[in-house]
Design a protein. Structure first.
Length: 510
C-alpha cells in the first residue's frame, strides 16, 4: 500500500457518503460521521459512553467560522524529501531506514522563523494552522519529556532486531535544540490565529507501538491485533514479507499507551490554548479502552479543544475529507475541513510548477465553503524551514482575494435544502442571520446574470463586493432574479479582484 492508494480509497468513500443535507441546519441531524469515516475503527462504539462530552457548541461555532487555513507537514523527512511525508520509510532498504532514523542528528533548520510564518498566514487570510507535532515515523517536533525505550536496529547482524534505548527522539536532541511547536503557538497566540496540532497515533520509531496500522515491525499475532483493513494493508505494504519480531509484552503495551497519553497531555498543558488536535491513523481494538481513557483526559485538560475523529470515531468533533472536496453537502452533525495539498504532497515540494495556483485555491475554497465546510491548504517548508516562494506568492494572492470577498466566506453558513450552487459557475453562502445571500461567480457572466434560487427583498440592494456601485436587478417569474452588470465591469482591469466575484444580495429566501 502507498499513501495515495489509501487516500484515493478514502476520498471515493467520502464522496459516496455525501447527501444533500447540510450538517448544521437539518432538523433530523445524523448522529456521527458518514459510514466511510468509521470504516477503519469498527471496534469503537458508535455512541460514546455515558458521561462523555464532545467540545461545546461555542467551539463548534468557532470552528465553522474559520473557513480557511494551512496544513503544514514538516519533519526530518524534509531532509531527504523523497515523497509524501514519512511514508517512503516503509519502502526503504534496511540501510536507508537506519540512516533515516539518524537524520535527526543533522536537523538544523536555520531558516525557520515562527513570526515570519504567522505573518505569511495572516496576509494569506488564514484563520488557523495545523502543524505536525509528530508524524508516523515518530520524530517529535516539540520538547517531549517522554522517553523511547525500544527501537529497531535495522542493520543488526542477522537481520533487524529490537534494541534497548533511552532518548526522546525529539527536536531537542538535534543541533537546532528549539521547541518549534512552542514558538509557533506563541506566534499564533499573538496574532489570534487558531492552533491545530497534528499527532499520529502510531509511532514507527518506538518499537513498543508494534504492530499497529502499518508499523514496520510486525509480530506473529499481527492478524489478531490489527483490524481486518489494517491486516490487508500490511500485507500489501510488505508484499507478504514483513519484518517479524516478538509480540509486545504486557509491560510494553502499558508503556506504549502511557507515552501516547503523556505526549498528548504535554501538548495540551505546555502551549496555552490549543483549538484543535488533529489525530491521525488509529491503533487497535486491544488498546481502545486505554485510548478512550486518553481522550477523556484530554477533555479534562482543555474542554473546548476540537478533536479530529481519526482513530477515535464519534468521540471526535470534526473530520477531514482528504485530497477531494465532497460532491455535495455531508449529512453529519460534525463539521469538516477539506485538506488538499497546494503542491504534489503535504510536505515540501521543490518544483514551482507543481503548485496549483491562486485560482485553484480560490475555487476550491469557494466550493468547500458553499457546501458547509472549510479548506486547509497543505504546504510544507523545506529542510531549512522556508516555504517555497511560489507557494507564498499564491497564498498571499488568495489573501488579497479574501480582503475583497471575505464577507462571503468567513463566518458564513451553507444555504438550506441543498441550494449551494446553480450550475458549475455559481456558488452560494449566506449570513448567519439569513438576511444576506452571497452569490460567488467563478466565471465572469458578462452583462447579465439570472439566478433562480434567490429573490431579493423589495427595494433592497444588490452589490458587487469590492465595488461601491449598486447593481440594477429585476425579478422575472420564469427566469428568477436578473442582475445587470455595468459596461465598466466588462473590462477585467476594472473589476475589484481576479478569479471569482461576489454578489451580495439582501434576500427574502436566504
Amino acid at each position: 500500500m502507498n499513501r495515495r492508494e489509501f487516500l484515493a480509497t478514502t476520498a471515493a468513500a467520502v464522496s459516496s457518503a455525501c447527501t444533500s443535507r447540510p450538517f448544521a441546519q437539518t432538523p433530523e441531524r445524523v448522529h456521527g460521521f458518514p459510514e466511510s469515516q468509521l470504516q477503519d475503527t469498527p471496534y469503537i462504539e458508535t455512541t460514546p459512553i455515558a458521561g462523555y462530552q464532545t467540545a461545546p457548541a461555542s467551539a463548534y461555532e468557532a470552528f465553522q467560522d474559520m473557513k480557511f487555513g494551512i496544513r503544514i507537514h514538516w519533519g526530518i523527512y524534509s531532509i531527504w524529501s523523497r515523497g509524501p511525508e514519512s511514508w517512503p520509510f516503509l519502502e526503504m532498504s534496511f540501510d536507508d531506514r537506519q540512516r533515516y532514523n539518524d537524520l535527526y542528528k543533522t536537523w538544523n533548520p536555520v531558516g525557520f522563523d515562527a513570526d515570519r510564518w504567522m505573518d505569511t498566514f495572516a496576509e494569506s487570510g488564514m484563520k488557523m494552522f495545523a502543524f505536525t507535532s509528530k508524524h508516523h515515523e515518530g520524530f517529535s517536533m516539540f520538547d517531549t519529556r517522554t522517553r523511547v525505550k525500544n527501537r529497531a536496529n535495522w542493520t543488526a547482524a542477522g537481520g533487524p532486531k529490537i534494541e534497548s534505548c533511552d532518548l526522546a527522539y525529539s527536536i531537542m536532541e538535534t543541533p537546532f535544540k528549539r521547541d518549534v511547536v512552542k514558538e509557533l503557538c506563541d506566534a499564533a497566540h499573538k496574532r489570534d490565529i487558531k492552533i491545530d496540532l497534528y499527532f499520529s497515533h502510531p509511532d514507527w520509531y518506538d518499537a513498543d507501538f508494534r504492530p499497529y496500522v502499518v508499523h514496520p515491525l510486525q509480530v506473529q499475532s499481527s492478524r489478531k491485533l490489527l483490524a481486518p483493513v489494517d491486516w490487508e494493508r500490511t500485507q500489501r505494504t510488505y508484499h507478504g514479507n514483513p519484518v517479524i519480531v516478538p509480540n509486545p509484552s504486557d509491560a510494553e503495551v502499558v508503556r506504549m499507551m502511557r507515552r501516547h497519553r503523556d505526549q498528548l497531555t504535554e501538548m495540551l498543558s505546555n502551549y496555552g490554548r490549543i483549538d484543535m488536535i488533529c489525530l491521525d491513523m488509529w491503533l487497535g481494538a486491544k488498546v481502545w479502552p486505554e485510548l478512550r481513557a486518553t481522550v477523556m483526559k484530554l477533555r479534562e485538560l482543555q474542554p473546548d479543544v476540537m478533536l479530529r475523529n481519526r482513530g477515535i470515531g464519534n468521540y471526535g468533533d470534526y473530520f477531514t475529507p482528504e485530497r477531494a472536496v465532497p460532491e455535495s453537502m455531508i449529512g453529519s452533525d460534525k463539521p469538516w475541513f477539506a485538506i488538499n495539498p497546494l503542491g504534489t504532497d503535504f510536505s515540501y515540494d521543490p518544483n514551482a510548477a507543481n503548485y496549483k495556483g491562486t485560482g485553484w485555491i480560490v475555487r476550491t475554497l469557494v466550493d468547500t465553503v458553499a457546501k458547509g465546510g472549510g479548506l486547509m491548504v497543505g504546504v510544507g517548508p523545506s529542510a531549512l524551514g522556508e516555504f517555497h516562494p511560489e507557494a507564498i506568492r499564491q497564498m498571499k494572492e488568495a489573501g488579497a482575494w479574501l480582503k475583497v470577498n471575505g464577507e462571503a466566506i468567513y463566518a458564513t453558513r451553507p444555504r438550506d435544502g441543498g441550494r449551494w450552487a446553480e450550475g458549475d459557475k455559481v456558488r452560494f453562502t449566506r449570513s448567519k442571520d439569513r438576511r444576506t445571500v452571497f452569490a460567488i461567480l467563478t466565471e465572469w457572466p458578462g452583462t447579465e446574470l439570472a439566478i433562480k434560487s434567490v429573490r431579493p427583498r423589495e427595494r433592497s440592494r444588490v452589490s458587487l463586493l469590492g465595488s461601491d456601485a449598486a447593481l440594477e436587478w429585476r425579478f422575472d417569474s420564469s427566469r428568477g432574479t436578473i442582475i445587470s452588470l455595468p459596461e465598466k465591469l466588462q473590462s477585467a482591469a476594472n473589476r475589484p479582484c481576479d478569479h471569482a466575484w461576489t454578489l451580495k444580495i439582501e434576500a427574502e429566501n436566504g
